[in-house]
Design a binder for this molecule. Sequence first.
Ligand code: CTP
Length: 403
Amino acid sequence: MTLSGKRVLLIISGGIAAYKSLDLIRRLRERGASVRPIMTASAQEFITPLAVGALAASHVYLDLFSREDEQDVGHIRLARECDLIVVAPATANVMAKMAQGLAEDLASTVLLAADRPVLVAPAMNPKMWAHPATQRNVATLKQDGIHFIGPKAGEMAESGESGMGRMAEPLEIVATIEAMLEDQPKPLKGRTAIVTSGPTHEPIDPVRYIANRSSGKQGHAIASALASLGADVTLVSGPVIIADPAGVKTIHVERAEEMRDAVLSLLPADIAVMVAAVADWRVASASGQKIKKQPGDAPPSLVLAENPDILKTVGHHEKRPRLVIGFAAETQNVEDNGRAKLARKGADLIVANDVSPETGIMGGERNHVTLISQDGTEHWPDMDKNSVAEQLARKIASLLALS
Ligand code: CTP
């Protein structure tokens, strides 16, 4: 049984999708997990504690101020005596309380006292999900390290409206729980890693800058993947709109020179993965004032100066990390150019990709990479950026184990 001996604390909040939580309990127990349920007051409007308790074969916790329950286990122990907390369904209201740190009923108090991983399965009307307030809360919770599954697109049970907001199916939630509770080896425990990600912005004047199309998705995913293998990761990120990854320390910078300073301040480290699309040039003397156009004037010319090459600096540094990995963004001759970069930058490995516009890689969700090292060339199939990150993190762990 895949979840044998695992203890799940299941928080059911008030939504029509609560009926699916009954099935979720059954599926979890089938796989050997024990389930301790907490229901909010509004959940009890949709399903009964009797049904929940019968399926879970457990007492159902309902009230923060229940004298018996507090004597029996108490809300702090409820939060701790489990391997994972699952909130399914999670309403917009519960997520808002979690994001704010409110503790005004048993469910929100337990969530605030929790020191275990938390998985949230949102379910709500599509308009509520899309509302900027909910999206802000989701972003905050992700930054806090809360895991999400769903919602999915589909038809709403109550209103017939369709859109994003359906709770993930119980079996999908179970699969996520299994993945989260799998006893993952931590081969990078005790190792430190620096990852750069995103573009840099090179100012022209106080309001204008030179930039590129990098989204930061690949670099951020690599930082996360290294952290989940146990590494102590610092991410140095240029300006991006995606959230800081959970479990990683993030330093925000804007210009290439700032990125270089941040990276050098983090040496020594065991691993450096330079994913950022660092601008090769900056404006030699950025104007302190907004450049105005005067009637009849010719357009201004920009004089550029070369930026520091951060990867090359790290690759040749006296405190060089054991493993230095660079990316090569190419639009032609990917392998030859990648191999030339390996030597020039003093890297152990170059992850080369074709960023021609038709590949959709720059800014997109997928990546198709070729790994170039002294030992040869490895072509990886096209896959999403998280999978590239996970495989690269495993590769890094095995390279370090060999060195
Ligand atoms: N890089 C860096 N600092 C720079 C430029 C690039 O650290 N100033 C790093 C990138 O993070 C990446 C690798 O170098 O890991 C290669 O980046 P890329 O833009 O492909 O190469 P360039 O050095 O800019 O070479 P070219 O413009 O000739 O392709």
